[in-house]
Design a protein. Structure first.
Length: 315
């Protein structure tokens, strides 16, 4: 059986993939992406980010985001929105001015409210906040934190809730796969939001992992998060290796994918897993991590790798 089919048999909401607009001219690629027995959910890899959706202040461009939202709808796939507030891929107008707290608060609220409102009724879950922490668990000192302190998180979450009351609102983060200072920071953030009555529904665990290095505390970290009463999702899974790939590395990668999927399966509040594109042809890994790649379950020729079987076995 294919990957979304087995995920649903395991009681999950979806197994899905990220995609990006330039890839949608590749008909062989799209034929697999469109198969909702393989992928029950899509995430736009770039086209709902701030630089793509509000390139100049107050001017919103949803064309590319809409293309992916409409594709998911046509295919009967869920949609994850990604993302509202992130330090990266910001248009220069956001970062080039010394905003007052009142000004930046209004900018964050308008951006999140307009973005989430545009997709009202179409999105299962939103990554409202992306990557707020440093690896040591301290807050990332980006323009939002530097100007607004931690209040930017609640400003964004409240604007998102008002704009689409039915979307699940997430904070999404990397290096959250093991028991760590960063995971503790996330637990404390969720507790403080809950205590303050700020809407928070989920924790996104990106899952950008390395072959042979799936943390042994992965499943217990998922359980630690769901014990807070929020759901969790693995939102950007890929498992990279130092190139060239070898049969041994591909076999270890299969095991690693199986381990990650089995951890989500075992934790009731883990609702689904999204891979950060399904094929090595379009993976972000080689351009970001020099000398590394082959991180996806399909190779660059759109042929299934051993990792594919690992995922199916894990569910
Ligand atoms: C990546 C995209 O895949 C790339 O195409 C882009 O150049 C940079 O961003 N964490 C995230 C994602 O939350 O938004 C990032 O996506 C990968 C890391």
């Amino acid at each position: 059986a294919k990957l979304n089919t087995v995920a649903k048999l395991a009681g999950k909401k979806y197994f899905g993939s990220a995609t990006d607009n330039p890839e949608l001219t590749d008909t062989a690629y799209v034929a697999i992406l469109d198969d909702n027995t393989e992928f029950g959910q899509l995430t736009p890899g770039n086209s709902m980010k701030w630089d793509a959706t509000e390139p100049t202040q107050g001017t919103f461009t949803f064309t590319n985001g809409d293309t992916i939202a409409n594709l998911a709808k046509a295919n009967g796939q869920l949609l994850r929105g990604h993302n509202c507030v992130w330090y990266n891929q910001l248009p220069s107008w956001v970062t080039a001015t010394n905003w007052t707290a009142a000004q930046l608060s209004s900018i964050v609220s308008t951006h999140c409210g307009t973005l989430v409102g545009h997709y009202k009724g179409q999105v299962y879950s939103w990554d409202v906040i992306n990557e707020p922490f440093n690896d040591d668990g301290t807050w990332r000192t980006d323009i939002f934190y530097n100007t607004l302190g931690t209040s930017y998180v609640s400003i964004a979450l409240q604007a998102a809730r008002a704009a689409d009351p039915n979307a699940k609102l997430y904070v999404n983060e990397y290096n959250l796969e093991s028991s760590s200072a960063k995971a503790t920071a996330m637990v404390n953030l969720v507790k403080s939001l809950q205590a303050a009555g700020v809407p928070i529904d989920g924790i996104g665990i990106q899952g950008h992992l390395i072959v042979g290095e799936v943390p042994s505390t992965f499943q217990s970290t998922l359980s630690q998060f769901t014990a807070l009463g929020v759901e969790v999702a693995i939102t950007e899974l890929d498992i990279r290796m130092t190139l060239p790939s070898t049969p041994a590395l591909l076999a270890q990668q299969k095991t690693d994918y199986q381990t990650v999927i089995a951890a989500c399966k075992a934790v009731a509040g883990c609702v689904g897993v999204t891979i950060w594109d399904y094929t090595d042809k379009y993976s972000w890994v080689p351009s970001t991590f020099s000398g590394q790649g082959a991180a996806c379950p399909w190779d660059a020729n759109l042929v299934r790798k051993p990792a594919y079987d690992g995922i199916a076995l894990g569910w």
